[in-house]
Design a protein around this ligand. Structure first.
Ligand SMILES: *Cc1c(COP(=O)(O)O)cnc(C)c1O
Length: 392
């Protein structure tokens, strides 16, 4: 690899040049099974024909104008997303971190509107919200913050999955105005909170007048078995952020809001040059069409259940496997030791996986994964995990 790129990533020694569904072909012509989807991005699989057709048609018509003009596709996408998520207004940007930046700015406006000069947002231990200065401050991982001090003011860290811990901490934090939380923590290790957690947060936010802001950047777009993970618990947030799977690889993020949160931004208070341009919106509209017509969230639910059952069965007697958990096609296999080496070992077998939080094998296959591909994933990965735990 050349030295002309800043070394922000320790890259694996492989380069892909073509994809189709859950398959990727590298530059030597070798085929790999993609159980990661570019980290929960290519939910419809690679080179999906509907997304390709939408992009090609739109590229030949109009790619970009500006948000100083009307953008019909952005209005359509905003309406579609709001109707699907039960929200009222959308702001479009180009990434997850930007969507969360918009949410954090909404929280601050909400605070100022309530006469709080220095408003604070509650964020969770183990969370991930992005790499901009505000979102890395919101992130509950010291490694991501180290070296970038001074961090941004106005965040209070609380334990994940424990609404009463937040309530106790809130008693001493009169300036809290919002809670920013992932329905399931992704980078943090596929941490599934106890049932009722989101509903308890919703009730607490209602009592306190706080905004409940759900980061559905990884959990959204059908991945967990519902279009949005909060729909499992029938909890409506005030603010919801989306990105990753929204454009199936075309960069687009969204910050959705309802109620008071939907009315906080006015002309000039936020913006984006590229956000919601016709090309990106055409991709996202195609993604929504395919998710609905192929009922992919339901597919993610059943296939995810099957995969967890298969992995639990195949790994039940293996010492060193702590847990197999997840929801839909967001699956974590936690081991009792750091296991980053498994990524390279899987790559050597033609399988693309990820390890997060040091000890958790993370699987985020495309929602179009077939039963045969699921079986191949289990048949390839379980012997690798067994062998890894034996020799390390
Ligand atoms: C990936 C991710 C982000 C950041 O998205 P970027 O597009 O990389 O800025 C934020 N929150 C969650 C939960 C994510 O998984």
């Amino acid at each position: 690899m050349t030295g002309f790129l800043m070394s922000t990533y320790k890259r694996l020694p492989v380069t892909f040049e073509r994809g189709e569904g859950a398959w990727l072909w590298d530059t030597s012509g070798r085929r790999h099974l993609d159980a990661l989807s570019g980290i929960a991005v290519a939910g419809l699989g690679h080179a999906h024909p509907a997304v390709q057709a939408a992009l090609c048609a739109q590229a030949g018509r109009l790619v970009h104008t500006s948000n100083v003009y009307g953008i019909a596709l952005q209005e359509q996408l905003g309406e579609r997303l709001c109707r699907l998520a039960d929200m009222e207004r959308a702001f479009f940007c180009n990434s997850g971190a930007e969507a969360n930046e918009a949410a954090i700015k909404l929280a601050r406006l909400h605070g100022h509107a309530r006469g709080i000069a220095m408003p604070k947002v509650a964020v969770m231990e183990g969370s991930f919200h992005g790499r901009t200065l505000a979102t890395l401050t919101a992130t509950g991982n010291r490694k991501i913050q180290a070296g970038f001090e001074p961090l941004v003011e106005g965040f209070v860290r609380v334990p994940y999955g424990d609404a009463s811990a937040l309530e106790a901490i809130a008693a001493g934090e009169p300036d809290l105005v919002a809670v920013l939380v992932e329905p399931i923590q992704g980078e943090g290790g596929i941490n599934v909170p106890p049932p009722g957690y989101l509903a308890a947060l919703r009730a607490l936010c209602d009592r306190q007048g706080w905004l409940l802001m759900l980061d559905e950047i990884q959990t959204g777009m059908g991945r967990t078995g519902r279009l949005f993970a909060c729909q499992h618990e029938e909890v409506l947030p005030d603010v919801m952020t989306l990105a990753k799977g929204l454009g199936n690889g075309v960069p687009i993020g969204a910050c959705l809001a309802r109620g008071v949160a939907a009315e906080l931004f006015g002309p000039g208070s936020h913006g984006s040059t590229f956000g919601g341009n016709p090309l990106a919106c055409s991709a996202a509209l195609a993604v929504l069409d395919v998710l609905a017509t192929e009922d992919l969230p339901a597919r993610a639910a059943t296939l995810g259940d099957d995969l967890v059952t298969l992995f639990r069965h195949r790994l039940q007697d293996v010492a060193g496997v702590v847990a197999v958990r997840g929801r839909g096609l967001m699956i974590g296999i936690e081991l009792d030791r750091p296991c980053a080496d498994l990524v390279g070992q899987a790559l050597a077998e033609g399988l693309l996986i990820n390890v997060t939080a040091d000890k958790v094998v993370r699987l985020l296959p495309p929602l179009v994964f077939t039963d045969e591909q699921a079986q191949l994933l289990v048949d390839t990965l379980t012997p690798l995990i067994r062998h890894f735990l034996h020799q390390s």
